[in-house]
Structure formats: C-alpha cells, structure tokens
Ligand binder design. Structure first.
Ligand code: NDP
Length: 452
C-alpha cells in the first residue's frame, strides 16, 4: 500500500464516526499522491501522518438561559488544526448538525485554503450545535456570550482568529466580540467579519460570493468564455448565496434559483438588483424563509422540500453555471449528472465540500470546469486576512481597494491551481492543483520547524 493509502486507513481506524472528516482527508490525500515521489523528504518526516492530526481540539460546555428562563446546554468546539504558516484562522458554525467530525473536516480543508490565499494564515474551525433559527436576538446574545466565556482563553490576534460561517453572521460576531472585549479589555483583532464601525473591513460580507464568481470567471476565460449572458443556479440564500447573485448580476449573468432548508425558488426572469435587495431584507433583517420570495414576486415557482439540484433534475431546468452555496454534500452523483445533462459547464463551489467524491469525478470526466471549494470560496478568508492587516495598521481601505485586492487574490489562486496541476501532470485539474499548491507551502514550513 502507498504511504497515502496507509494514512487514510489510519484516519479511518483512529477517528471513527467522522464521515465528513474521512471524506475530506480522502479528497485531499488522494490528489497528493504525485507529491510522494517528488518529495521523499516529506515521507521521511511523516508529514502526511502529521498533517491529518490537529494541533489541538478544544471541546466545551455552553450553558445559557433562554427567554422562558429555562437552562439550555450546547456543545462548543474549536479545532486548531495547523498553525504552520500563521495564526489559526477559520470560521465558527452554529447549526444543529455540528459535531466534532464536521468541525475537523472544515478545519482540515481550511489549512490548504488559507495557504492558497497567499496570506500568512493557519487552519482552524469551530462552532456549536446551537441553532440560531427561531431564537430571539436576546437568546442569540446570551448564547454568544456564554460561548465566548470559554473561547476567549484560546484565541488571540497572533494565535487564533475565528470568523463567521453558517449561522454566524454580523449579529453573532458583534455579540461574540462584545463579550471578548468585556472579559479581556483590549481591542485585539481576535475575530473577523466585524461591523464596519468597530474594525470590520468593507467587502468582507461580499467576499466569499464575489470570490466564487471571480473564480468561475477565471476558469471560463481559459476557454474563451465569460459570465455575461449565462444562466446560473445558486443554492442557499445566506451570506455566500446573496453576494454570488450580486456579482453574477454585475457581470451580466442571470441567477434563477435560491433555496433554504425548507425548499427552492425558481425565478426564470432572474433575481435582479431590486429582488436581491428584498432578499437581503428578508434573510438578514426579518430572518424569513425563501418561500416568502415566491409569495412576493409573480412568475416564481416554490418547490417545498426540494433542493435546487432536485429541481434541476426533475424539471430539466437549463443552467450554464452552478454555485452551490448552502452546505456540504449537497450534490451527489445523480445531481451532478442532472447538471451536466441540463447544460452546466462550470461549477464554482461557494459552500465547503458541497460535491460528493463521485460527483467531482463525474464533473471531471465530463470536462466541466470544476472549481473546488478551497480555491473557489477562499475569497472570504482572504478578505478576513485583509481585515486583520487593516486592524494591525489601524486604518481602513476603501471598497474599491479591498475588492481589487480580492479580485487579484482570486486570480493568483486560479493561477496557482493551474500551475500546480500542470507541474504534477494533470493539466486543468483544479482539485489536484488546489490541494497540491496549498499543501506544499504548509509541508515546507513543517519541514523547516523540525519534528514538533
Ligand atoms: P448562512 O448561514 O448565511 O446561509 C446558509 C444557507 O444555506 C441558508 O440559506 C441555509 O438555509 C442553507 N443551508 C444550511 N445548511 C443547510 C442544509 N443542511 N440543508 C439545506 N440548506 C442548508 O451561511 P453562509 O452563506 O455563510 O455559508 C454557506 C456555505 O459557504 C457553508 O458551506 C460555509 O461553510 C461556506 N463558506 C462560507 C464562508 C463565509 O464567508 N460566510 C466562507 C467560505 C465558505 P436555512 O436558513 O434553512 O438553514
């Protein structure tokens, strides 16, 4: 058996019950196979074994009191996976599905994503099984404060700098940061995604969605194509989905779908600027459901209980581009086949690990331009890196400056993926390119430190 297969077998044996983590390890390690013969020093130093074990895992109890005066208890996590190239960096996810395996998969992917951004950031991730849906602002605040009562001792501007993810947006970051400042009495940049009034960066809310569209644009340009005139499917209706829609519109494309965990809307006329403004109010202020979009606008279909990919499959909806922007494993091989059959030629992953391993294989076999999450959605963490820089310098850049830096970073990531894929014998394989380019930098840093 190869070294890589040995390491995968070790993870399956030693980390049972963590299917998402297993999937991420397989996805990354199998594409690293060509680095084994080129870098025998990595094998000797057991870099492959070392990189799948987090630096540390922090798990804690989060007790809080709800609006009825009842005591509630949740589980909190922070996985500090690798600080080889910089402070741990990665979001916090609040969703009932959160468990250790999910946080480990996200933290592991984050190592390579952050490396790809060209900025000095290590990989980490955290969160809780707390569900902000249906909770009052007061309850969310109490939970965030209780969560930070433990987390504060593990983070720091040069140690670990969390951000948002599913269920953690501007409101939650505000409550978390307020509590941190109260306990520690300083203004250190220990969280990104902050409000603009207290150290946040312009374009951070937009960055992941914008970046996924920039990445799609770069991939399409390799075939002489552009976003203009194309029809796009977007899943989810949260932060990433919203700004994916905005950027597709700005570049002359049309988005026809959105979803949440209850259902999907199809708006064949396109989600234009005015409808997007309605969506932002619906989701971010009123915290409503996507069904209300269909109630608001004529000619919009709502499919209860169906995902975007179900609708494309069952109703032969034509799309040129797909931006999965909800959650992991949204696209199984059946949905991937439906996308291909209905005209999709480019998939740029806004969500983390939205495509199953079989789905990715099918995209690649069918010559679909496939942009893996760790490259395509790296714009979010890259702009968090820019927020850290602005905080350190005690100044803030304008919108255009941040957007242009983001665009440049997405171009660099695209180039790095293509170059690594070419060097390691799989031209045009963005998955292999992203994994290898991200890995080599981290592995070289680990080599420099010796065995620690
Ligand atoms: P939000 O919480 O803002 O939105 C998530 C959206 O996806 C909601 O519409 C939600 O619907 C839907 N969704 C979440 N889980 C499920 C599920 N299990 N089944 C169906 N729908 C679901 O999160 P973000 O937009 O921030 O994150 C979306 C994805 O992008 C995640 O994979 C995240 O890890 C990834 N990502 C986010 C970054 C960021 O900067 N925010 C950076 C990089 C990656 P509902 O409201 O019904 O739950």
């Amino acid at each position: 058996m190869s070294v890589i297969q040995d390491v995968i077998a070790m993870v399956l044996e030693k980390d049972p019950g963590q299917p998402e983590f297993h999937q991420a390890v397989k996805e990354v390690l199998t594409t690293l196979e060509p680095t084994v013969s080129k870098h025998p020093e990595f094998v000797k130093a057991r870099i492959f074994e070392r990189i799948v074990i987090p630096d540390r895992v922090i798990m804690f109890r989060v007790p809080w009191v709800d609006d009825r005066g009842e005591v509630q208890v949740n589980r909190g996590y922070r996985v500090q996976f690798s600080n080889a190239i910089g402070p741990y960096k990665g979001g916090l996810r609040f969703h009932p599905s959160v468990n250790l395996g999910i946080i480990k998969f996200l933290g592991f992917e984050q190592i390579f994503k952050n490396s790809l951004t060209t900025l000095p950031m290590g990989g980490g991730k955290g969160g809780s099984d707390f569900d902000p849906k249906g909770k009052s602002d007061n309850e969310v605040m109490h939970f965030c404060h209780a969560f930070m009562m433990e987390l504060y001792r593990h983070i720091g501007p040069d140690t670990d700098v969390p951000a948002g993810d599913i269920g953690v947006g501007g409101r939650e970051i505000g409550y978390l940061y307020g509590c941190y400042k109260k306990i520690v009495n300083d203004n250190a940049c220990v969280l990104t995604g902050k409000g603009i009034e207290y150290g946040g960066s312009l374009i951070r809310p937009e960055a992941t969605g914008y970046g996924a569209v920039y990445f799609a644009g770069e991939m399409m340009a390799t075939r002489g194509e552009e976003i203009k005139g194309k029809v796009a499917a977007v899943s989810g209706s949260g932060n990433v989905a919203q700004y994916t829609v905005e950027k597709v519109n700005q570049l002359g494309g049309k988005v026809v779908t959105l979803s949440d965990s209850n259902g999907t809307i199809v708006d064949e006329a396109g989600i234009d600027e005015a409808k997007l403004a309605y969506l932002l109010g619906l989701k971010n202020l009123r915290r409503g459901r996507i069904k209300e979009y269909a109630d608001e606008y004529k000619g919009v279909e709502y499919y209860a209980g169906q995902s975007v990919w179900d609708v494309i499959k069952d109703h032969s909806l034509h799309v040129d581009l797909a931006f999965p922007s909800a959650t992991e494993n949204e696209i199984c091989v059946e949905y991937a086949q439906a996308l291909v059959s209905n005209g999709c030629t480019c998939v740029s992953e806004g969500a983390n690990m939205p495509s199953s391993l079989d789905a990715i294989k099918l995209f690649q076999e069918e010559d679909v331009l496939y942009g893996p999450a760790k490259a395509a959605n790296a714009g979010g963490v890259a702009t968090s890196g820019l927020e850290m820089s602005q905080n350190s310098m005690r100044l803030s850049w304008g919108r255009e400056e941040v957007d242009s830096r983001l665009h440049q970073i997405m171009k660099s990531i695209h180039k790095a993926c293509l170059e690594a894929a070419q060097t390691y014998g799989r031209p045009g394989d963005y998955l292999m390119g992203a994994n290898i380019a991200g890995f080599i930098k981290v592995a070289n840093a680990m080599m420099a430190y010796g065995v620690v």
